[in-house]
Design a protein around this ligand. Structure first.
Ligand SMILES: *[C@@H]1O[C@H](CO)[C@@H](O)[C@H](O)[C@H]1NC(C)=O
Ligand SMILES: *[C@@H]1O[C@H](CO)[C@@H](O)[C@H](O)[C@H]1NC(C)=O
Ligand SMILES: *[C@@H]1O[C@H](CO)[C@@H](O)[C@H](O)[C@H]1NC(C)=O
Length: 360
């Protein structure tokens, strides 16, 4: 009877402590690649022992006899763990974990003991890698939205009407991070496409505005970059989907002659253009909320070109001819009147004419 009782209470105590451990498990969110402090405190005393264990069974860090004891440490934690040594005597057994990896995710036990007490604290570490950037691009009749290096598994949604029948591809890298992408087959490109990639922690959007056409002047042409309310954090201008013209304020060498200026809102002004510069210009602007992509089909105006050709080929030669003609005429006239004044100029002609008139 007393034996039964003992077993019963033993099991009850076991269940209670197990449940209590679950109830008191705090959650801690740690950013991938950064350092994170797993908190643990105890009542100070002599002969401190600290064991940090990633459950079920990976020793992360141990401390006793007044020093770190890393003989049994799981190699995954090598050189990435430390305690706050000068604060252990005050009851601080927190673990500093650096270079957080996805594998570090899980439940940890902090076991502490002194001559007087011992204690177990549990903490659940969640790793996260937020959505940092979403790309959207168009190639032929396909629009692709993608994002990389996210944890935990993200979602991707298109917000267009009618809803597309898209396919979403999720791929997990060796580092256990998620890459996500989705492509739409499109016939018309005169609507706006918007996609959002989200994790529990954050979300970012990418918008592809409908393409516009512009006939530009050879001398100077400004193309707009659709601006948003938030200030841009990044800006790239591309030509024909491949060549970079301007990237975050620096102009590529091949485009030095053409780039006149980039406005604070992202508008690009080009100069000294020729028909070689016909093509698609893409502005990719980033803000804290997302990516905004604007395509402009630029055609350098031929009429403008004809006018300037006309100037060079027809008008200028005529003007020169007229000027030369006038000069020659003027010289001749002046020469006649200045070299032989009175004798053989107009008067003679006039008299001749008068003679003829008189004879008739
Ligand atoms: C232990 O000390 C570190 C470093 O000062 C501090 O960041 C942490 O919050 C402390 N933890 C506890 C449980 O007091
Ligand atoms: C950018 O260009 C657009 C269209 O050309 C214009 O409406 C807008 O005012 C321009 N913004 C700036 C800052 O130049
Ligand atoms: C850029 O694209 C346009 C239209 O697709 C094409 O006509 C032009 O030849 C391309 N220009 C260059 C330099 O590739």
């Amino acid at each position: 009877m007393s034996m039964e009782c003992f077993v019963f209470f033993g099991v009850l105590t076991f269940l209670l402590t197990t449940n209590r451990a679950d109830v008191f498990t705090d959650a801690l969110d740690c950013l991938l690649g950064e350092s994170c402090v797993l908190p643990c405190s105890f009542q100070p005393g002599a002969e401190v022992i600290v064991h940090w264990i990633q459950l079920a069974d990976s020793p992360a860090h141990s401390y006793y006899h007044d020093q770190d004891q890393l003989g049994h440490q799981n190699p995954r934690f090598r050189d990435r763990t430390s305690l706050f040594k000068n604060q252990i005597s005050g009851g601080n057994a927190s673990l500093l974990l650096s270079g957080v990896k996805v594998e570090d995710e899980g439940r940890y036990k902090c076991y502490t003991s002194t001559v007087d007490h011992n204690k177990e604290t549990f903490i659940h570490l969640n790793v996260y890698a937020p959505v940092l950037k979403v790309d959207i691009q168009q190639a032929e009749n396909k629009i692709t939205c993608s994002s990389e290096g996210i944890y935990p598994e993200p979602q991707l949604t298109w917000s267009i009407d009618p809803p597309p029948n898209e396919t979403i591809t999720v791929h997990q890298t060796e580092q256990k991070l998620y890459n996500i992408s989705s492509s739409l087959n499109v016939k018309v490109t005169d609507v706006e496409y918007n996609c959002t990639v989200s994790t529990g922690r954050n979300k970012m959007a990418a918008t592809l505005f409908k393409q516009t056409s512009l006939s530009g002047s050879r001398k100077e042409t400004t193309m707009r970059c659709t601006s948003s309310k938030s200030p841009p954090t990044g800006l790239i201008w591309r030509f024909n989907h491949s060549q970079i013209i301007v990237s975050d304020g620096s102009v590529m060498k091949e485009w030095m002659q053409q780039v006149k200026s980039v406005s604070p809102s992202g508008n690009l002004t080009l100069k000294d253009l020729s028909t070689d510069h016909d093509g698609i210009y893409t502005c990719e602007l980033r803000t804290a909320e997302g990516t905004y992509v604007t395509n402009t089909f630029l055609r350098i105006e031929h009429s403008q070109g004809n006018v300037s050709n006309l100037i060079y080929i027809v008008i200028i030669p005529i003007a020169i001819a007229v000027a030369v003609g006038m000069l020659v005429y003027c010289k001749k006239k002046k020469g006649c009147s200045s070299k032989e004044p009175g004798e053989s100029g107009e008067p003679e002609e006039l008299t001749g004419m008068n003679k003829n008139e008189g004879e008739q």
